[in-house]
Design a protein around this ligand. Structure first.
Ligand code: BGC
Length: 249
C-alpha cells in the first residue's frame, strides 16, 4: 500500500496530510496553517517545514508532493498571480527540497486538483479530455487527456470580452462585486462557452470551495459539454500532489 505526503499551498492557507495513493483517502489528520502574510518564499517554505513536522516528519521513502498557485516549469515558479512576485523565476522546488532534505514533486495547484479528480473523484474512468477549473481567488485549470496531465494550461487567464477571465468570473470576482448567483452565472456561461468552443472537452469539472454550492449556479449554465462539481474540493490539491509524487518515474 502506497502512502505519500501532499501539501497544498494557497493564498490564504497551507494544508498537508498523508494520503493512501491507492485509494485517495487521507491516512492522517489534515492540518492547516495560515499562509504567512506577503506570501514570501522563505516564510512559505518555513510553514511547510512546520506542517511536515506536525505530521510526524517524513517517513523513510515516503514521496512528497507540493502544489502551488503558479506556473511550474522544471521546478521553477514562472508566475505569481496571487502570491508574492518574488516567486517569479525562483528555483522553488530546490528551495523546498533543501529545507525538507528530500526530493519532492512540485506542481501547479489546479493541475494537482484536476489530477485528483481524475484518479479519485468526479472524472474517474472518464476517457478523452477532462477540463477542470477551480473557481477561487483566481481561476485555475487542468487539462487531462486519457489520464495524462498536460500541465500549466492557465486558462483562468484567457482574455474574454477584453478582460482576464479570472478577474470577471472567479469566486473572488463574485464576492468583490457582490454578484447574485444569476449574474455570476452569466459570466460563467461566457467563460465556459468559450472554453467549450476552444477545446471540445468530454467533461468539465468545477472545483474550488464554491463548488459545494454547485446547485446554485451549474443548473443556470447552458453548455453541450457535461459539467459536474468536483468531489474533493478542499482536499483535491493534497490528493493530487501526493498521487503525482507517487507515480513511478
Ligand atoms: C494562477 C494559476 C493558479 C490559479 C488558482 C491563477 O491566478 O495563474 O497558476 O492555478 O490561479 O490558484
Amino acid at each position: 500500500m502506497g502512502h505519500a505526503l501532499g501539501v497544498d499551498i494557497g493564498g490564504t492557507g497551507i494544508k498537508a496530510a498523508i494520503v493512501d495513493t491507492d485509494t485517495g483517502e487521507l491516512v492522517s489528520e489534515r492540518i492547516k496553517l495560515p499562509t504567512p502574510s506577503g506570501g514570501e518564499p522563505n516564510d512559505i517554505v518555513a510553514t511547510v517545514v512546520t506542517l511536515v513536522e506536525k505530521l510526524g516528519g517524513l517517513g523513510e521513502g515516503v514521496p512528497v508532493g507540493v502544489c502551488f498557485p503558479a506556473i511550474v516549469r522544471n521546478g521553477r515558479t514562472m508566475s505569481a498571480a496571487n502570491v508574492s512576485k518574488k516567486w517569479i523565476g525562483l528555483e522553488a522546488e530546490a528551495l523546498f527540497e533543501k529545507a525538507l532534505g528530500r526530493d519532492i514533486h512540485f506542481v501547479n495547484d489546479a493541475d494537482a486538483a484536476g489530477y485528483a479528480e481524475v484518479r479519485y473523484g468526479a472524472a474517474k474512468d472518464v476517457t478523452g479530455l477532462v477540463l477542470l477549473t477551480t473557481l477561487g481567488t483566481g481561476i485555475g485549470s487542468a487539462l487531462i487527456y486519457n489520464g495524462v496531465l498536460i500541465p500549466n494550461s492557465e486558462l483562468g487567464h484567457l482574455i474574454v470580452d477584453g478582460r482576464d477571465a479570472e478577474k470577471r468570473a472567479s469566486y473572488a470576482a463574485k464576492e468583490r462585486s457582490r454578484l447574485s448567483w444569476k449574474s455570476w452565472a452569466k459570466r460563467l456561461q461566457k467563460y465556459y462557452g468559450h472554453l467549450e468552443m476552444l477545446f471540445s472537452p468530454d467533461l468539465f469539472v468545477v472545483g474550488g470551495g464554491v463548488s459545494k454550492s454547485y446547485q446554485e449556479f451549474l443548473p443556470l449554465l447552458s453548455l453541450s459539454t457535461p459539467i459536474v462539481p468536483a468531489v474533493h474540493r478542499n482536499n483535491a490539491g493534497i490528493l493530487g500532489a501526493a498521487a503525482l509524487a507517487a507515480l513511478p518515474r
